[in-house]
Design a protein around this ligand. Sequence first.
Ligand SMILES: *Cc1c(COP(=O)(O)O)cnc(C)c1O
Length: 372
Amino acid sequence: MVLKVPLLDVPTQNGVLKKELMEAFEKVLDSGFFILGPEVEAFEQEVAAYLGVDHAIGISSGTDALIVALLAAGVGPGDEVICPSFTFFATAGSIVRVGAVPVFVDSEEDSFNLDLQGAGELVTEKTKAIMPVHLFGRCAAMGKVMAFARKHDLVVIEDTAQSLGASICSKKCGTIGDFGSYSFFPSKNLGGFGDGGMVSCRDAELAERVRRLRNHGMFPKYFHSEVGGNFRLDALQAALLRKKLPHLDAYAAGRSENAAFYREAFTDLDPERVTLPLAGTVDEGVIWNQFTLKVHGERDALKEHLLEHGVGCEIYYPVPLHRQECFAGLPERSLPVAEKLAEEVLSIPVYAELGEDRRERVVEVVKAFLKS
Ligand SMILES: *Cc1c(COP(=O)(O)O)cnc(C)c1O
């Protein structure tokens, strides 16, 4: 029997907690209280304490968390928001959904994160915000982002969907800018049981605005000072996530150990053919949501080889956002690194439950390809 290695193994992580999760489910079932309420409030407080911020607001998804943060920041029609092109679609999609225009910047080849070199030229009177993404679990260079934002008077919304739990200079990723936005999509570091998200922020007034906007801009009941939406988090989602939050650091440690194993096992790879991601631990701002190889010239062949041998892998992301059909109307921009990354990246399994046998199998199958 050949050992199969799925790209993700959600059932194993949740299976360990099955009893607690079932109890949480029953508690919500019996309460009859399914939207916001005490479970959401408790979860918000626990996440705020974990992040070391004053305010965390439960939201319906990571995408909605970005939308609500943008709305709360006052970003709207006619405004421009700087963001990387090499990221998941929601980063730019949320900007367009509030009526603003994404202005794409290129990425750093080694960190995969946004590169602000030369980005000053892109700032206009319309530029309102910047949205760094902490891609694949690696903190973006927030020192540079904050200096850039201060210089140009921009709101900073950190897309932390892939990096909840990482910290840099003892600050949690997502808590450095004005807003942090998080996702509990099942494949993220804190994987939920459906869609869910969170916004963190440091300012009390902005936090109140986020709370209002998530519920149709309503306060008090049936009085609407502005238009928000239904961006509410379910009580069930919060109750279940409360059972997983205490394990987040252990999940991160497991990912870190797998990443360290790969780096060691792959030290002899020919850098002309495959480049490993930069090293990094949780305290150095890396939580290993993905372990992403750069494969020079033969990426699709390696992907095929891995899949043929039962090793899950995925291309995050094959098309940079400035090349997406829906953004064809935006000004043409040359972003060579984003384009190169889209052709070279390949992510392999790194989740905490991987285990020794499976990660060894991944290494064996990658190496077999490179011997051929
Ligand atoms: C997953 C993700 C989102 C969106 O989160 P959802 O909960 O799926 O809506 C936003 N940005 C990035 C970078 C993501 O990876």
